[in-house]
Design a protein around this ligand. Structure first.
Ligand code: ADP
Length: 164
């Protein structure tokens, strides 16, 4: 059985991420969506909430599991029996950033990286831009599921309410 890992922060999961997960599932028998646990990185949503939102977003897909990646991605791939990492490429900038990681993951874990070119309609979408638009009061429903849009609104409101 062929297994691939689709890794990311998913803070939050966007329709662009979801498209990559679906297309990866078309190529592999099983896809594990791996959420990076990086305590040093400032996230809008904590790891538990990000996992729940990804689980809901992929609920209709068969052969897709959602897991946290507690340490090295290459070791996680070995742990789940994945032969490949699947990543979306939105631009040349993505490729520049991904290339050293792909070499490193092959050296550390013998795992190949497969790049899927982002669908043009999602190629400008990142979790960061979605959060920026939402923070400025703009609509994000073309870029995320309704459940994610609600969770982002709630998290941003909680940030605004929090005492300094
Ligand atoms: P961000 O969305 O902020 O880049 P992630 O770390 O969650 O954050 O991204 C994980 C992976 O998903 C990266 O390989 C990235 O290229 C890919 N990805 C993110 N957004 C899209 C998109 N809109 N279309 C295709 N791939 C994407």
């Amino acid at each position: 059985m062929s297994v691939a890992v689709v890794p990311g922060s998913f803070d939050p999961i966007t329709l662009g991420h979801l498209d990559i997960v679906q297309r990866a599932r078309g190529l592999f028998d099983e896809v594990v969506v791996g959420l990076a646990v990086n305590p040093d990185k400032q996230h809008l949503l904590d790891i538990e909430e990000r996992i729940v939102l990804v689980e809901r977003a992929v609920a209709d897909l068969t052969g897709v599991r959602v897991m946290a990646v507690p340490a090295l991605l290459a070791h996680f791939c070995q742990h789940v029996g994945a032969s490949a990492i699947v990543k979306g490429l939105r631009s040349a900038a993505d490729l520049f950033a991904e290339e050293p990681q792909a070499h490193m993951n092959r050296q550390l874990g013998g795992v190949e990286t497969v790049f899927l070119v982002a669908r043009p309609r999602y190629a400008h979408i990142s979790s960061t831009i979605v959060k920026d638009v939402a923070r400025a009061g703009g609509p994000i429903t073309d870029y995320v599921t309704p459940g994610v849009a609600a969770a982002v609104a709630e998290a941003l409101a909680a940030q605004t309410d929090a005492p300094e």
